[in-house]
Design a protein around this ligand. Sequence first.
Ligand SMILES: [Cu+2]
Length: 465
Amino acid sequence: MRNGFLKKMMATAVIGLASLSTAFAAEPHHDTGVKYRPDVTFTLRTDIADGKLVFVGETGAIKGQVNPQLAVAEGAIVQINLVNGDGATHDISVPDFGATSNQLNTKGASTAIVFKADKKGDFKYICTLPGHVQAGMIGKIVVGGGGIAKPEAKGAEVSRSPTEVGQPIGKRGPQSVTVNLETTEVLGQLADGTTYKYWTFNSKVPGPFIRVRLGDTVTVNMANAKDSHMIHSVDFHAVTGPGGGAAVTQAGPGTSKSFTFKAINPGLFVYHCATPMVAQHISNGMYGMILVEPEGGLPTVDREFYVMQGELYTNQPHGTLGENEFSLEKLLKEQPEHMMFNGTMDALTKTHKMEAKVGETVRIFFGVGGPNATSSFHVIGEVFDRVYSQADLTSAPLKNVQTISVPPGGASMVEFKVEVPGRYILVDHALSRLEKGLAGFLYVTGPANPAVFHTTQKADPNSGH
Ligand SMILES: [Cu+2]
């Protein structure tokens, strides 16, 4: 009988997964319920406290609380992760939303449920194992009650807008260009309620998108801010010369350095700080890109975006409120707690809006600051019509590509026409990283295009999974 119950739970879990993967690019008008990315995530751990069985908040505002109250907005897609902390068999269920997890039998095992909180009110979350509610495993979910605690920690906005791509060079001849960079160390807003001490070029992550032409003579002036603590520098992958410039730009706080180079290779190149420990300087936000346009410029497109992927290694687990601090140990183990596009958790999902209209052609300048993870860059619900692989802008592009591989310190340029309205999600298809914050939204508006995509499926407002 227990076996039958388990099988039933497994079947439910499989259906849950299937609908997760098909509910892509949900349109604002007909919300299909579950999306790739939940609006809010809680992590609970099972435990024994004062002889009772309980759930304990693991991260964020509920950390350490016994059977914490979970406050969510009405309509939110809610994910609850459960970690088995005591070794007894447990699960988690929110009966009013039809969400029940599989059972966890061993200490350290974990699972997750996802549902749409589509009705207002107070609901319970429980462990369904016989006797466990009576033993204490019951808590409350408040939907739409207001009073969702606004976290405190406040830092500067350090995310770079993806629309800051500069002006296309076009058909002009080579000339002299000056690039001014300032290296800064700023307490930035990593996520709602979480700050981090970023190191930056021009106080945003990534640094400014620099646009020059093949044959240009480029003078780089790099000033390290007075209130910096560290030496900083810059290594341009577009530079032919010692350290890409890093050999002559090591600048202490309050000093500046400069050098001049000729852009002799067209392409899209990463630049980054190259002061020991280089991986730490890069991780902290010191990366950006320079585009060296080929002769005649790039073909005209309707929209251009600048997106870079990065990693942060913090002592605190992902989701911890307050100031998160750098962890050397995690950097060396290459185990980032946070992964993001354009510097922060919310950069491309809340802070900045990437938009296009049906029929337009979109170009993304995509690079990986890293310092360590290779990106499998993908846009959910789209196919890249053209890929300038490894940012080689002068060879014929690859065509009709789903996912591209971009190494740390590398880049790629992709172009695609948007044919169907909806919300398209930029991801690294190593999708565990989505859980660490790696996502961006491209909103496409305009008339429906039933010849390319249509459905007779009625959106189910009660679909929790
Ligand atoms: Cu630096």
